[in-house]
Design a protein around this ligand. Structure first.
Ligand code: ATP
Ligand code: MG
Length: 201
C-alpha cells in the first residue's frame, strides 16, 4: 500500500514525522510520500518559497526508509486539490490501495474539501489524532483495523492511534518570531536550515 501525507510543511516538524512513521509501520506501507502543497485552497500561500520548504522536507527525511517527497502539487499550476493528486497517483499505481494520511483537524474539515466523495473512492483515509481535537463524528465506512484496507483500492476510514504530539508549524513560527527556541519540536537539520536562511523572523 502507498501512503501519502499532504501539507504546507511550513516547516515540517515531529508532529508530522512521528505519527506518519507510526502509521507506516502499523499498516506496513511500502512507501510514504510527503506532498508539499503549492497553493492550499483554504489558506494563504506560505511565505517561504517552494524550494525552501522542499529543502526542509529533504533534511527531515534523510535516511528514513520508505519516505519520499512527491513534487507534483508544486509543479501543477493553480490551487492544490487533493482529488487531482489522487487521480494522478491512481493512474500511476493502478489498483493498489492508497492511504491518505491526515491529522484529525484536517479530517474535521474534510467535508469542505473539493470532491470529498471522489477522494474517498480513490483512497482510504487514515486519521491521526491531534491533541485537543474532539473525537470525530460518526461516519460511514469506518474500519477498526488495517486488514480491510488491503482488500480494496480505497473507500475506508481508519482512526489509527499514534503518539499525540502537540506541535504545529504555527506555534514553531511564533516561537521563532518571538526569539524563542523551537528546538526538540522539529529535526535539528531543519532548524539549522531555518537559522541559516533566517526564516520566520
Ligand atoms: P499550520 O500550523 O501552519 O497549519 P500544521 O502543523 O498544521 O501547520 P500542516 O502542514 O498544516 O501542519 O499539516 C499537514 C498535515 O499533517 C495535516 O493533515 C495535519 O492535520 C497533519 N498534522 C500536522 N501536525 C500534526 C500533529 N501534531 N499530529 C498529527 N497530525 C498533524
Ligand atoms: Mg495545519
Amino acid at each position: 500500500m502507498l501512503g501519502i501525507l499532504g501539507g504546507t510543511f511550513d516547516p515540517i516538524h515531529f508532529g508530522h514525522l512521528r505519527p506518519a512513521l507510526e502509521v507506516q509501520q502499523a499498516l506496513g506501507l511500502e512507501e510514504v510520500r510527503l506532498i508539499p502543497l503549492r497553493d492550499p485552497p483554504h489558506r494563504n500561500r506560505p511565505q517561504t518559497t517552494d524550494t525552501q520548504r522542499l529543502s526542509m522536507l529533504q533534511a527531515a527525511i534523510k535516511g528514513l526508509p520508505g519516505f519520499r517527497i512527491d513534487r507534483q502539487e508544486l509543479e501543477r499550476k493553480g490551487k492544490s486539490y487533493t482529488v487531482e493528486t489522487l487521480r494522478a497517483l491512481r493512474k500511476e499505481v493502478g489498483g493498489k490501495p492508497i492511504c491518505l494520511l491526515m491529522g484529525s483537524d484536517a479530517f474535521g474539515q474534510f467535508h469542505t474539501w473539493h470532491k470529498p466523495g471522489e477522494i474517498l473512492q480513490l483512497a482510504h483515509l487514515i486519521v491521526m489524532q491531534r491533541p485537543g481535537d474532539s473525537i470525530s463524528p460518526a461516519t460511514d465506512n469506518i474500519v477498526e483495523s488495517a486488514e480491510p484496507l488491503t482488500t480494496t483500492a480505497g473507500g475506508y476510514i481508519l482512526f489509527q492511534p499514534v503518539t499525540q504530539l502537540d506541535i504545529s508549524s504555527t506555534s514553531i513560527r511564533a516561537l521563532i518570531r518571538n526569539n524563542l527556541s523551537p528546538r526538540y519540536l522539529l529535526p535539528d537539520e531543519v532548524l539549522a536550515f531555518i537559522q541559516t536562511q533566517k526564516l520566520y523572523q
